[in-house]
Ligand binder design. Structure first.
Ligand code: NAG
Ligand code: NAG
Length: 426
């Protein structure tokens, strides 16, 4: 009786903690660990978690990651993550506390760095636009696919197993928390920014119906059981995954005639959809004066001189400059000049919108960004641009200075999720 009461109080206290604190509390003694496990199993931890930055650093070793808590301005180490070593992977997306990574064979994994749970996604060769190239022993030695660099889409080329990941994956999205065992992963990939998806348990990727030969999807969001996908020209498509065949419908016509800016779609805390156009600023490179040598760079596919010129002298920074509310009923966009209480998280492959009232540590009408240079893959040594942008006066501030993370893999936002995957579902 006495111990039940104590557990109850413990649970209440634990339920108010941010995840890094919760994990620390859970490792104090066996009684606290039991309370921690129980809370995670019941899903009763504090749901309003402030995003953290997940990063790697040479000093942490190959298999550990660092977690920088924005709320506490503190760092934590997530040790002994499952293989392949975290520093050998590319981080290509993050949602529900899980990250999506590409390994040295360009194969994708879902990983929850808090619980260590990992799920291998179907092989990249099950995606329609990737063909395996076999050696004389029938072993895959390369992948044949299409070059995603603008103007060079036309011809397929052979990529080493490791190199495909540099340019093939564009953005990846999750419909729900993979710990529940029931989720969809959607992927924008080369060529022409097409969409493919898998449902939990699928053995292959499936292409989504294409409206034309150049779909050019830019961003997606899952909302009310549907997936809203915006193209670079602002067109919004809705995909319904219930039933055996995926249903597709265009719900917003083109909002632009040409593709110049980045395009994002987010849902605000009150359920509105926003379309965000982002200016691309070209600024001269800020190279790391002491770059960590990249041991993996011996076969750089991007050594054509004309491409190096373009990549070396201008760098793309993102500054959101136009916000619109999507009015689906009227099939139009409505100008909005501020995010109000909302806070936007933009980064490598991620868009997230939170409410500052529910997250008092965050600043309303600000954009928290990690580097999302579109050529980040082939600029692995550049200093990462990670900061906060005030949308009112457009001023920028750094989040951590001096930089504590390696430039590569590029740090990304993560909202820690301590829910263990149900092992029965694998
Ligand atoms: C890719 O490799 C295969 C097998 O080695 C070869 O036949 C093919 O010509 C190569 N394709 C290109 C575009 O280089
Ligand atoms: C929009 C964006 O940042 N896309 C990047 C997502 O990650 C892949 C793979 O790491 C990159 O190739 C994309 O450029």
């Amino acid at each position: 009786m006495a111990s039940e009461l104590r557990d109850d109080i413990l649970m209440k206290i634990f339920a108010a903690l941010d995840i890094p604190d919760l994990i620390r509390a859970g490792s104090v003694c066996s009684a606290w660990h039991a309370a921690y496990t129980c809370l995670c199993t019941l899903g009763r931890w504090k749901q309003q978690q402030t995003p953290c930055i997940l990063y790697t650093a040479k000093s942490l070793g190959e298999s550990a990651a660092g977690l920088y808590s924005l709320a506490e301005k503190k760092t934590y180490t997530l040790a002994a993550l499952p293989d392949p070593p975290i520093r050998t992977r590319h981080f290509i997306g993050s949602a529900y506390g899980w990250i999506i990574t590409a390994d040295e064979r360009s194969e994708l994994h879902l990983l929850n760095p808090i619980t260590g749970d990992q799920v291998a996604l179907p092989s990249v060769i099950t995606i329609g636009s990737v063909m395996p190239v076999y050696d004389e022993n029938g072993i895959i030695k390369e992948y044949s696919s299409w070059c995603p660099i603008p103007g060079r889409h036309g011809r397929p080329r052979n990529y080493s197993l490791r190199k495909l990941r540099d340019t093939f994956f564009e953005k990846v999205f999750l419909s729900s928390d993979p710990s529940t065992g029931d989720y969809i992963v959607a992927l924008i990939h080369s060529p022409y920014f097409q969409l493919s998806f898998v449902r939990s348990g699928d053995a292959c990727w499936t292409s989504l119906p294409q409206h034309d030969d150049f779909p050019h999807f830019a961003d997606c969001i899952f909302k009310d059981g549907l997936m809203y996908a915006v193209t670079h020209l602002g067109e919004i498509h809705v995909f319904g995954f219930r039933g055996p065949a995926v249903k597709q419908k265009v719900v917003l016509d083109r909002t632009r005639d040409y593709w110049f800016e980045r395009m994002y779609i987010v849902q605000t805390s009150c359920g509105d959809l926003l379309q965000i156009w982002s200016d691309i600023t070209h600024i001269n490179d800020v190279s790391d004066p002491e770059p960590e040598p990249d041991p993996l760079e011996e076969d750089d596919d991007f050594s054509e001189p004309e491409m190096l010129d373009e990549f070396e002298y201008s760098r793309h920074y993102c500054t959101p400059f136009k916000l619109f509310k999507v009015d689906l009923a009227a099939n139009k966009l409505v100008d909005v000049n501020s995010l109000g209480d909302n806070v936007l998280f933009l980064g490598q492959n991620q868009t997230l919108c939170l409410n500052a009232k529910e997250h008092p540590q965050l600043k309303a009408n600000h954009v928290y960004f990690t580097d999302n240079d579109e050529y980040v893959m082939i600029r692995k040594n550049l200093i990462r641009d990670v900061g906060v942008l005030n949308l009112c006066d457009k001023s920028k501030e750094k989040i951590v200075s001096p930089q504590i993370w390696s430039n590569w893999p590029s740090p990304m936002w993560i909202t820690p999720n301590p829910r263990k995957m149900n092992s029965a579902r694998g």
